[in-house]
Design a protein around this ligand. Structure first.
Ligand code: SF4
Length: 407
């Protein structure tokens, strides 16, 4: 630190691009197709929003930038350039900052990738989901495996040496054999990072409706008992939907991923994220460690100055320069502690236990360690492999109320 100058705090930046070629059948993210003019106006609004937040740049410097969506690679190279230039004009972005752009196969070309590189983008995240064309078709993805291969080749050709591939398991029609084949094909490409999430049936998505209707169709045709009514509930169990792997198979798929990826030199540094050593996504690690972040674009979330809030989600007002925030919440000590446990336990490193944590979570710590779900090592608490299997259930137990501080 230079005498008289306070060191700036770290800030992560998330920029939301809510546009996609078309909506995937399972997706409930804030994204939709939009015409060229709307995309152009959104870029202008984004720049304005960033500019209006420039005061933050006096206190913070940017350690990571994540341009997510949606499909940010749908933007023209020049549009992304304008956004990142605006960010650099208003904030000091560290020289070593990790700058990630989410991309979908079918929206990339060599020139676009080269312009990303020239802008300092040093990490790409490619949405593949499956290497099986039939599974991709059912999910409503816009690309085939072959188109993904071409996009991956282009990223390497453009000089990107830090590439994530997103995968999903528990898909309709997916078998253990097809999942293993997907893993093998992706491993052959040697990406630096792989995310593997299980499919979640989100209420209100076309996918949810599609499979509910199919279940009813097959009921009419076969006369078999179906449980289509269950499909109306959020987080409905998998069994009612024909073609969806059962829970045991899904768990086995996760195990297959862990075994294969670890054998190939990947480290599971978070429940669903695997990286070659040193290639962990710094931006996402920041979320799990509760570092401060500022989101730009509709629906983007922020954690800043002890408060959580989100930008409003409506595109119309946003395009007119109305950057209202919603869900403003000043975090209490109980929120801080709950989130530290809830998020930190997702990571391989786990959470450094403080005296206060030991006091407040005494019962949970004793019970889950005795049952072999949690392990304490060198002052850090983490989930065991068995604990990861039931992580949702365990993590929920670490949410506490304010009054527990008085115990
Ligand atoms: S590409 Fe991603 S954000 Fe867009 S619709 Fe598909 S899953 Fe959703």
């Amino acid at each position: 630190m230079v005498d008289g100058l306070a060191e700036k705090k770290e800030l992560e930046i998330y920029i939301h691009i809510p546009f996609c070629v078309r909506k995937c059948a399972y997706c409930d993210f804030l994204s939709a197709p939009a015409d060229k003019e709307t995309r152009g106006r959104y870029v202008e609004a984004l720049k304005q929003e960033i500019r209006e937040s420039r005061k933050l740049g006096e206190t913070y410097e940017v350690s990571t930038v994540f341009v997510g969506g949606g499909t940010p690679s749908l933007l023209e190279g020049r549009q992304l350039a304008e956004i990142l230039r605006e960010l650099r004009d208003d904030f000091s972005v560290r020289e070593q900052a990790e700058i990630t752009v989410e991309c979908n196969p079918g929206t990339l070309d060599g020139d676009k990738l080269k312009s990303f590189r020239d802008l300092g983008v040093n990490r790409l995240s490619l949405g593949l989901q499956s290497a099986q064309n039939e599974e991709l078709r059912l999910l409503g993805r816009i690309h085939t495996w072959e188109e993904f291969l071409e996009s991956f080749r282009l990223t390497r050709e453009a000089g990107f040496s830090n590439v994530n591939v997103d995968l999903m398991f528990g898909l309709p029609g997916q078998t253990q054999k097809s999942w293993r084949d997907t893993l093998n094909r992706v491993l052959d490409l040697e990406p630096e990072h792989i995310s593997a999430y299980s499919l979640i049936l989100e209420e209100g998505t076309p996918f949810f409706r599609q499979y509910g209707e199919r279940a009813e169709d097959s009921h009419e045709k076969s006369g078999q008992e179906t449980m289509a009514g269950v499909s109306e509930k959020k987080g409905a169990p998998r069994e009612p939907f024909p073609g969806l792997p059962d829970e045991d198979t899904e768990r086995q798929m996760y195990e297959d991923a862990r075994e294969r990826l670890e054998a190939a030199g990947f480290v599971r540094y978070e429940i669903s994220n695997f990286a070659k050593p040193g290639r962990e996504c710094r931006h996402n690690l920041g979320y799990w460690r509760r570092e401060e972040y500022k989101g730009f674009g509709i629906g983007a979330a922020s954690l800043l100055g002890g408060c959580r809030f989100r930008n409003q989600e409506k595109l119309g007002p946003y395009l007119q320069g109305q950057f209202a925030v919603t869900d403003w919440e000043e975090l209490t000590p109980a929120d801080d502690l709950s989130e530290t446990m809830f998020l930190g336990l997702r990571t391989r490193q786990g959470v450094r236990l403080t005296r206060e944590m030991r006091r407040i979570y005494q019962k949970e710590l004793e019970r889950y360690q005795r049952q072999g779900f949690l392990l304490e090592e060198k002052g850090f608490l983490r989930l065991t492999d068995r604990g990861i299997d039931v992580s949702n259930w365990i993590l929920a137990d670490f949410l506490i109320e304010e009054q527990m501080f008085d115990i």
